[in-house]
Design a protein around this ligand. Sequence first.
Ligand SMILES: Cc1cc2nc3c(=O)[nH]c(=O)nc-3n(C[C@H](O)[C@H](O)[C@H](O)COP(=O)(O)OP(=O)(O)OC[C@H]3O[C@@H](n4cnc5c(N)ncnc54)[C@H](O)[C@@H]3O)c2cc1C
Ligand code: SF4
Length: 515
Amino acid sequence: MSRSPFATSDEVDAVVVGTGAGGAPLLARLAAAGLSVVALEAGKALDPVRDFARDEEAQGFLFWNDERLSAGEDPVAFGRNNSGTGIGGSTLHYTAYMVRAQPADLRLKTDFGVAEDWPFPYEALEPYYDEVEATIGVSGPSPYPWGPARTPYPLKPLPLNGAAQLMQRGCDKLGIRTSPAANAALSGSYATDGTRFRPACHNCGFCQAGCATGAKGSADVTWLPMAAAAGAEIRPEAYVTGFERAPDGRITAVVYRTPRGDERQRCRNVFLCAGAIETPRILLLNGLANGSGQVGRNFMAHTGIQVWGQFDEFVRPFKGIPGGLISEDTHRPADADFAGGYLLQSIGVMPVTYASQVARGRRLWGKQLRAHMRGYNNTAGINILGDCLPYAHNFVELSDELDARGLPKPRVHFTMGENERRMTDHADKLMQRIWAAAGARDIWSFPRNAHIIGTARMGSDPDSSVVDPDGRAHDVPNLFVSDNSTFPSALGANPALTIMALALRTADRFLARGA
Ligand SMILES: Cc1cc2nc3c(=O)[nH]c(=O)nc-3n(C[C@H](O)[C@H](O)[C@H](O)COP(=O)(O)OP(=O)(O)OC[C@H]3O[C@@H](n4cnc5c(N)ncnc54)[C@H](O)[C@@H]3O)c2cc1C
Ligand code: SF4
């Protein structure tokens, strides 16, 4: 995947563990600064043209399918619901909604007295948001109706699919503002330095099953080619299990499993970017960076209730960009009885995914499920992306069950709090009204949670956080975390853009210290 391979006996400047939204931009930045960097990625190197099929079932290998145990009153679904693997991580199957957090998202404690404020304001992220959008090519409306004034998107918005058009109709009738969403699928062909020319999106709708054309800004066609062009080495099928350490506690090598056996890469620094479950799992397995007792704590999952309806007109929900329309009018609803807020977004859905939601949500099986699915082409959905507060009762731990590698499986405890229940209730009523106004029948709701967040919190206080505001572990001076696990609060926005922005910031802070 990359040139200039390093020997495992070379002491490289940095090892980056994981190549998703948090690892890939950071790898590109460190390599561009001239550092010797090796990325270790558990998943395979995939060739979208050769390996991606227009078949959602066949594409199941893009997901992190190792078993995770779910506990709590609202157990989170894993497998296809939450994270991916392969060179590019979860960005291989993300829907590519690229939503900026709003300044108020970063100060829930100040504004509502709950959760935690981020240790820096929105302005610290803003230049990095600009940079990410320009680098991977985000399509979106300019001006954007919500949030602070901002630089124009590099590309004009994408066309709206069937569900987006119906959501727009319902919202118009209720006086709710909508806008085409910002999305990392290209509305025109695009290239930036170090990336290959990428063609415009042709609206096939398969974003969550992997984009075969390279039109979607996943890490494998953006940050990682940039990193490789700058000299980074990217090793697939390299599953990190442990570390070697010097007497002063610094990490001196990363130990990983390959199809050929165990290997170790000597290094001066380590960046853990394995996602909000595998990152704390690796830390817990190695008893690392946990002086605060906060590793694995404060697990969050966005409140994500969906509302579905049937329409007289054809919707063909498999077609077009699935991440099409947005409203941020609900960012801080005037009648809210909860802290924080949510976004409204239209949904595109493949048939097998929809059938499984119907089976779980409406308990329909056999003949009844088949009868319902005859209306699939006339089905449209909206969902929310809502804040989730950090709670002590939601956490990741090591279970006593072992996986195929002989390592303890992670067990994830999740129970929604009163805040999430109130938000879900508020959003459910509003989305039911939107669908009724749009002309839907057989409207039904499917409460769910999405995205894995928290578990290695960033903060200034070493007693209540795992990493400092620069992403450096309080307890281990050459260990950094850059992924969804460092978020102190969940934000009422899809996470990937903020993860990428934060990754660039973490890399810059590290470089500014003299690496
Ligand atoms: C269906 C779906 C749709 C989504 N749509 C959107 C969207 O529209 N917008 C948005 O903002 N977000 C979306 N997301 C969420 C987004 O993709 C993730 O939040 C984001 O990619 C997480 O980034 P990360 O760096 O934390 O982890 P990941 O991107 O998951 O990367 C972690 C990487 O680490 C690797 N890894 C794990 N353990 C090890 C180990 N021990 N050794 C080596 N490597 C390891 C994994 O294989 C993986 O490649 C979606 C997610 C899903 C599931
Ligand atoms: S809809 Fe566009 S971005 Fe999505 S998979 Fe198809 S070509 Fe790629």
